[in-house]
Design a protein around this ligand. Structure first.
Ligand code: 4NP
Length: 156
């Protein structure tokens, strides 16, 4: 059966749409499209219906990632059922996700993106929204590293 991954951040316009694009690139490179698929969502609906942040899109395209997803909030009723891995970008995302469910089998699906990063270098994917250009590059660095680790974990 196909494994489904949902990436989650606060607004679903910077970090999680990027995670979706980076992981889709990994999936395609490895020819795993028939085995794994992913989506992204926000813990809030503040930016629902909007495309990804223009700055994030600009940094992503320089590395060959097209951010095409449209922001939507997490739908607890469906998403905890439909997805196998629900992955927040920082501790607040993980906390907010855990507040959306108390079913043990659903809580077990919740991870933090950097759980899959190599070494102990990163503890979270920092919110780039109010910072400078380097914040967007750091997001992509951490996501590229963590997506490789996520795939490895899914193939164990
Ligand atoms: P994201 O970034 O959670 O990575 O999509 C943010 C987007 C919007 C806001 C904060 C973070 N905001 O406050 O509107």
């Amino acid at each position: 059966m196909k494994k489904r991954v949902l990436f989650v951040c606060l607004g679903n316009i910077c970090r999680s749409p990027s995670a979706e694009a980076v992981f889709n690139s990994v999936i395609q490179t490895q020819g795993l499209e028939d085995q794994i698929e992913c989506d992204s969502a926000g813990t809030t609906g503040y930016h629902a219906g909007e495309p990804a942040d223009r700055r994030m899109q600009g940094h992503a395209i320089q590395r060959g990632y097209r951010l095409t997803s449209i922001s939507r909030p997490v739908n607890p009723e469906r998403d905890f059922h439909d997805f196998d891995y629900i992955i927040g970008m920082d501790d607040n995302n993980v906390w907010d996700l855990k507040k959306m469910t108390s079913k043990p089998e659903e809580v077990r699906k919740i991870y933090k993106m950097t759980d899959f990063s190599s070494g102990n270098q990163y503890k979270l994917v920092p919110d780039p929204y109010y910072g400078g250009e380097e914040g967007f590059e750091l997001v992509l660095d951490i996501l590229e590293d963590s997506c490789r680790g996520l795939l490895k974990k899914m193939q164990e």
